[in-house]
Design a protein around this ligand. Structure first.
Ligand code: 4NP
Length: 164
């Protein structure tokens, strides 16, 4: 599936694609829907690792999304594929290790990679902590929310022709 020319493709990437990037995908989709911009976006998520392929989001991610009334219907984990770097306009990494893994895979493609919290000026730590290890899904939800709002503003500025 290629992003239509009048669509902006956004792919969120973490390690396992069960905790952080599915949360970001769901939160960003919700935000874009609230703003009436759903038809302009193609939104997905993937993991650099393949251990959880085919699985729904982690129960901690599902729990927090349920709590805030955000849908994750139909979302299943998958690994990043080479095709993603031509299918999407923005690849959004959660932390430095995702950036370094993606850099190895992306070699030479022109896709824009951004670390989500680099867009949040007042975030003291620019990496989204991994709740698979910390267990703190609420913290991740807050950071991902800030990041997604900043990302939408960033894309609005860069893609005025699509999102005017
Ligand atoms: P995520 O968290 O990258 O936010 O989805 C993880 C999920 C699974 C593993 C590591 C991180 N794992 O090693 O299985």
């Amino acid at each position: 599936m290629t992003a239509h020319s009048n669509q902006v493709g956004v792919l969120f990437v973490c390690l396992g694609n069960i905790c952080r990037s599915p949360m970001a995908e769901a939160v960003f989709r919700h935000l874009v829907q609230q703003e009436g911009l759903a038809s302009y976006f193609k939104i997905d998520s993937a993991g650099t690792g393949d251990w959880h392929t085919g699985k729904p989001p982690h129960q901690g991610t599902r729990g927090i999304l349920d709590q805030y009334g955000i849908s994750y219907e139909g979302m299943l984990a998958r690994q990043v594929a080479e095709q993603d770097f031509t299918d999407f306009d923005y690849v959004i990494a959660m932390d430095d290790s995702n950036v370094s893994n993606l850099n190895k895979l992306m070699r030479g493609t022109g896709v824009k990679m951004i670390k989500l919290l680099d867009l949040v000026a007042d975030a003291p730590n620019k990496n989204v902590p991994d709740p698979y290890y910390t267990g703190n899904f609420e913290e991740v939800y807050e950071l991902v929310g800030k990041g997604c709002r900043a990302l939408l503003e960033h894309i609005r500025r860069e893609r005025k022709e699509v999102l005017a």
